[in-house]
Design a protein around this ligand. Structure first.
Ligand code: AMP
Ligand code: GLY
Length: 421
């Protein structure tokens, strides 16, 4: 197969790295890709939601399979676009159609789905500008901290957790009346606050059958000891050490199975990854959110632990034969540490030369670009350095050793990934 990976972050570099090893992969392309993907794929200068240009490339390069990394094109309906176009309908797409992508594109849709199918999640209510006074009354009756979520996609910024009632009411008004998050906050979900440890669960499904991939934990805050602003993710580990068998069984029976069954009952087709954000409340898992893609930087630890040929898994998703596949997971643990630009997750500078890059190590590029033959920074998150070992501690140590040889002006990374394990 000729395969096109859509996206240009660490997740997509990891997917390209793995697909390059597939015996089913003939030619590999990334759109737009980054300096890292250019080592294993041909980069195409196309935006992730430029369906017209993607179509032209798919026809020109005779692409058989498109793997969609980020959520935006999925929520905009890239899979439906392929199905509805006669010249593209033969091409496989890994990533769900628009209806299913609404699980990520609308928090209210996801909450209703979970309630309909008895999937454990925080209690909630939803409000628009029409019933904002009811929203305020709801906050008055709730206990702090108050969790306010913009319904739509808000580049990971649409969740507010506030201790103060006045502040929560003010933010609710700003979201609904002043469009704080644009269209995304025309509707707001107010949720019960859940306290516990978070983890990320990944499932690959063909709509009928599914495989549960290794679990992972990501470290979201910019600062050591999990402090400071939220980021896209500063590091990740897999597996998650505090999970025992009985808790994994609960995740499987109470969450994964009812999710797949719920999709079938609702007649929502789904071919692709489901990323379930979970929280362990006491001894029970609850769903924080659904994403319709892989996580980043979780991909950088989950994919390297999968021993199977990824091309073969994707082919099985296309053919609806995932039940024939036996997943083989590397028993070694994986850890990744993210190097970010100075200032991230707020304003940061780009265009800094990256030195010390070496082959042989698992250095996945997130925000990098080749300019005049030189690899430069081009994003907030720059490089994810993954290592595998018998123990988390050793894997992390190896990643930190690799990081100590890498440099760019203003490089920053958390020195304490895995501190809580
Ligand atoms: P999201 O954008 O949905 O991933 O939410 C961002 C983060 O907010 C999550 O990773 C959690 O840390 C936190 N969060 C979301 N919902 C809740 C909740 N109901 N209770 C506690 N924390 C939450
Ligand atoms: N690491 C969280 C995400 O990809 O959304």
């Amino acid at each position: 197969m000729n395969i096109l990976v859509i996206g240009g972050g660490g997740r997509e570099h990891t997917l390209c790295w793995k697909l390059k090893q597939s015996k089913h992969c003939k030619k590999l392309f990334a759109a737009p890709g980054n300096a890292g993907t250019s080592e294993c794929a041909t980069n195409l200068p196309i935006g992730v939601s430029d369906f017209k240009k993607i179509k032209e490339a798919v026809i020109y390069y005779q692409i058989d399979l498109v793997v969609v990394g980020p959520e935006e094109p999925l929520v905009l309906g890239i899979h439906d676009f392929f199905i509805n176009d006669v010249t593209l309908s033969r091409v496989g797409v890994i990533g769900p159609q628009k209806k299913a992508a609404t699980l990520e594109g609308s928090k209210a849709f996801a909450k209703a789905f979970m309630n309909r199918h008895n999937i454990p999640t925080a209690d909630y209510a939803e409000f628009t500008s029409e019933n904002i006074t009811e929203g305020e009354a709801f906050l008055e009756k709730s206990k702090p901290p108050y969790v306010l979520k913009a319904d739509g996609l808000a580049a990971g910024k649409g969740v507010l957790i506030l201790d103060d009632l006045m502040q929560a009411k003010k933010e609710l008004r700003q979201m609904l009346l002043q469009k704080k998050f644009g269209k995304a906050s025309r509707k707001v979900v107010i949720e019960e606050f859940l306290k516990g440890i978070e983890l990320s669960c990944f499932v690959l499904t063909d709509g009928e059958n599914y495989l549960t991939l290794p679990m992972a934990k990501d470290y979201k805050r910019i600062g050591e000891g999990d402090t400071g602003l939220n980021t896209g993710g500063m590091g990740a580990v897999s597996p998650v050490p505090f999970l025992d068998n009985s808790f994994e069984q609960k995740i499987c029976n109470q969450i994964i199975k009812p999710t797949i069954e719920g999709l079938k009952k609702d007649k929502i087709p789904y071919k692709g990854f489901i990323f379930i954000g979970l929280i362990k409340v006491g001894d029970d898992p609850k769903v924080i959110e659904y994403n319709v893609r892989l996580g980043d930087p979780e991909t950088e630890v989950v994919i390297p632990r999968i021993k199977n040929d990824l091309g073969e898994l994707f082919q099985a998703v296309q053919e609806g034969t995932l039940d024939k596949i036996q997943l083989e997971i590397e028993s070694q643990v994986a850890a990744t540490v993210m190097a970010v630009s100075k200032g991230y997750p707020e304003a940061y500078e780009k265009g800094k030369a990256i030195k010390g890059l070496s082959k042989g190590e698992m250095i996945f590029h997130a925000g990098t670009k080749i300019i005049d033959g030189q690899v430069q920074t081009s994003g907030g998150r720059v490089l994810a350095v993954t290592s595998m070992a018998e123990e988390h501690k050793i894997a992390l140590l190896n990643s930190y050793t690799t990081l100590s040889k890498l440099s760019f002006e203003g490089i920053n990374y958390r020195k304490d990934i895995g501190f809580d394990l």
